[in-house]
Design a protein around this ligand. Structure first.
Ligand code: IPD
Length: 276
């Protein structure tokens, strides 16, 4: 990787390559950190007593920020642990050093580094890397989605009553009570639900056909930016419901055949009305 011209128009192929390189490098830090009991032991809480952060989350984000600063020092960076550093460069980087921190702490092998690059309000490149499996999911806007070198083409063709839908629950206890009501109404209409604990990987798993759909309210941009691009580039419909764009209110995603039916149920049950 070479230093980039700070003032130039961002090259999307280069941003894509950098997302993969940054997420892969950060995943190695996370992988090593999992072996260091003292780092995992230093668990703190954030928005609620179940929203965890470790020294590994913080160290990994510091490394990512330092790498970006070297290459494109004027860009804006939004990271889960250190917030926003506003710059005047053409790119906004969205970083989740460990998506699935609770799984990381437990040693459940479903967590990932997520890195996305946004230009003019649109995520143009992203990578999600699982440090345990070594899987590298990545996508470039209008360039397809990949698991390593393998092109991803989204979930199987399945009817709603057989579909396996992933979802997640917010750290806020009031919100999760409303979310479980929605899930309870949805469950009899679908095949099954999965709660994997990592939005970034769940969206990538949708792209890879490991689940048939996904929805969640209350996510942050760093949770879904890269994964949503991977899912969209694999041919999935990724939406905020009721014609809205993806946001913290709702991220819903499914293959084109399932999307209309699933999204209609989610709208009927108010899956996008649980925040706040
Ligand atoms: C969390 C995970 C989880 C989702 C939460 C997120 P974090 O991210 O993506 O699956 O349900 O809403 O906050 O806190 O592990 O980075």
């Amino acid at each position: 990787m070479t230093a980039n011209d700070k003032g130039s128009e961002p090259d999307v192929d280069e941003l894509h390559a950098w997302c993969v390189e940054l997420a892969t490098g950060a995943a190695e830090i996370v992988r090593r950190g999992r072996g260091d009991r003292s780092a995992i032991g230093a668990v703190g809480t954030k928005s609620s007593d179940t929203d965890l952060v470790t020294d590994v989350d913080r160290a990994t984000e510091r490394w990512l920020r330092a790498q970006i600063l070297q290459r494109r020092p004027s860009d804006t960076v939004l990271g889960e642990e250190a917030g926003t550093t506003v710059g005047r460069g053409g790119v906004r980087w969205l970083l989740d050093p460990i998506d699935g921190t609770v799984n990381f702490v437990l040693g459940l092998p479903l967590y990932a580094v997520s890195v996305a690059a946004e230009v003019a309000g649109e995520v143009v490149a992203g990578a999600v890397v699982n440090p345990v499996s070594g899987e590298v999911f990545h996508a470039r806007r209008a360039g397809g989605a990949f698991l390593g070198d393998e092109r991803l083409d989204g979930p199987r063709s399945v009817d709603l009553p057989a579909a396996v839908i992933a979802t997640g629950f917010n750290y806020d206890r009031g919100m999760r009570t409303r979310q479980i009501d929605v899930a309870a109404r949805l469950l009899p209409k679908i095949g099954d639900v999965r709660r994997l604990g990592t939005a970034a990987l769940e969206l990538c798993f949708l792209a890879a056909g490991r689940v048939d759909g996904y929805y969640e309210a209350g996510l942050h941009e760093w949770d879904h930016a890269a994964g949503a691009l991977v899912a969209a580039e694999a041919g999935c419909v990724v939406s905020g419901l009721r014609g809205r764009a993806v946001s913290g209110v709702m991220v819903a995603a499914a293959g084109p055949e399932l999307a209309a039916g699933l999204f209609a149920l989610l709208e009927e049950y108010g899956a996008d009305e649980v925040t706040g």
